[in-house]
Design a protein around this ligand. Structure first.
Ligand code: GRF
Length: 203
């Protein structure tokens, strides 16, 4: 029986975080016990902080104000993550641009609310809703030096309805995110795949 430790990074509501805790924490899936060892948040006002309290997940709030540049912030972030010795770090709505200090040292995946490589960045939901595309979608990918640019792990789409509103579209995205992120974590930790986008140590 192996135990796989996960660290979750978030900035906002934390619905993906809560879903990960509910579906995976202390669960035995195909002989692997999943453990959410800790969470890190860069925003002291994030709603998701209460979720950590509710489920007793150790939380670190790491605000960028005290760091003179992104590299220094990422150095501290890497130090905290490594102190847990996790098998995987999951970016679940972590709204920060990461430097190579992070991406070269941490095996991480990210959930993005569009069909990458389309609609990178923070306005993905609105941009894909307003586009001519007949589908919307969600992507889980490895984190590398390029924003929303790492190797794709899982991707799924849904039909955009005639009467779709931005709200209904966003709701479909979030539901799909919850499903896909869990599938991706299980896929990576139960059936490791080679990540050619990150350092060889991560294989
Ligand atoms: C998700 O839509 C994710 O794709 C984006 O930020 C949102 C986080 O939602 N990067 P939540 O905090 O998990 O509710």
């Amino acid at each position: 029986m192996s135990v796989k430790k996960i660290i979750v990074l978030f900035s906002g509501n934390g619905t993906n975080l809560e879903n990960i805790i509910k579906k995976l924490d202390k669960k035995n899936i195909d002989g692997t016990i999943f453990q959410i060892s800790g969470a890190i948040c860069n925003n002291k006002n994030a709603k998701g902080i209460n979720i950590c309290k509710k489920y007793n997940i150790p939380l670190t709030i790491l605000e960028h104000q005290n760091y003179k540049n992104r590299e220094d912030y990422d150095k501290e972030l890497v130090k905290i993550i490594n102190s847990y010795n996790p098998n995987l770090t999951v970016l679940a709505g972590f709204m920060r641009i990461l430097t190579p200090v992070f991406t070269n040292n941490i095996k991480a995946i990210n959930i993005h609310p569009s069909l990458l490589p389309l609609f990178k960045g923070v306005f993905a939901i609105k941009e894909s809703f307003q586009s001519d595309m007949k589908v919307g979608g969600v992507t889980v990918h490895f984190v590398n030096n390029e924003l929303d640019g790492g190797k794709i792990i899982l991707q799924e789409c849904f039909q955009k309805e005639e009467n779709e509103t931005l709200e209904s579209f966003a709701q479909k995205i979030h539901l799909l995110e919850h499903k896909l992120l869990i599938q991706a974590i299980i896929k990576i930790l139960n059936h490791p795949i080679k990540n050619s986008d990150t350092a060889p140590d991560f294989v």
